[in-house]
Design a protein around this ligand. Structure first.
Ligand SMILES: [Zn+2]
Length: 228
């Protein structure tokens, strides 16, 4: 068989000819794009081999860039898809309350304050004082202050359910904020996992490419050494 380059057609008298078998499979794939009749048993000149090697290396590097931009695109897509779960639970909760519910919250919080105790205590003292004043004949609630008793028991009867209503609502609020916390945690966990996968992918890909580039460089160096 005549030693002729499969790509440019020159033979051994014109240039340095190498057997096709030494060409890396990945470079062969690239050559086959332009030369579909590539024969593993044929020959190739060193100039063409260098040319395709260089092309392959450039392709590797640009592929890597493509990979990175694909990843970036993926991240952007994911971010827009997922959106943020975090929202102001308190604000939404208050917005969903009816007028009566809001009012009961206000009354409950007022009933549980020092302000209420002081005002109420003062009113009772004044009431008792007015009705115990011995010199006043016109007492509207004489000792033992039966009307005051009635007023106090009415107040207690109304205050208890109002406070219970408010407490129930506080429970709902706690539950929905716990749910929200759970969702946020889950999302963080999933995104972290995704990030891990991404980094693993990058590491593996880069490692493979680096190894291949290095191998090819070694081959080239060896050839340069031989030709000298
Ligand atoms: Zn050639």
């Amino acid at each position: 068989m005549k030693k002729q380059c499969q790509i440019c057609g020159r033979d051994e008298t014109q240039t340095e000819i190498l057997p096709s078998i030494i060409v890396r499979p990945s470079v062969v794939d690239l050559i086959k794009i332009n030369h579909p009749n590539w024969n593993m048993n044929g020959f190739v000149c060193s100039d063409d081999l260098q040319k395709y090697r260089k092309e392959y290396l450039l392709k590797l590097i640009s592929d890597e860039k493509g990979d990175l931009s694909n990843l970036e695109l993926d991240v952007i897509n994911k971010l827009t898809e997922y959106e943020s779960i975090s929202e102001d639970v308190e604000k939404e909760f208050v917005a969903g309350l009816t007028m009566g519910e809001k009012l009961s919250d206000i009354i409950a919080s007022f009933g549980g304050s020092w302000k209420f105790i002081i005002i109420f205590f003062t009113v009772i003292i004044i009431w008792i004082a007015i009705n115990s004043y011995a010199l006043t004949a016109k007492t509207f609630d004489p000792y033992p202050f039966i009307l005051l008793n009635l007023v106090l028991s009415c107040l207690a009867a109304f205050q208890a359910p109002i406070i219970m209503m408010s407490q129930n609502r506080q429970e709902d609020r706690d539950r929905s904020s716990a749910e929200q916390d759970y969702k946020i945690n889950l999302k963080a966990e999933l995104e972290l996992r995704q990030l891990h996968q991404k980094i693993d992918h990058l590491l593996v890909q880069q490692w493979e490419r680096m190894a291949e580039i290095q191998e090819m460089q070694l081959e080239m160096l060896e050839e340069i050494k031989k030709s000298k």
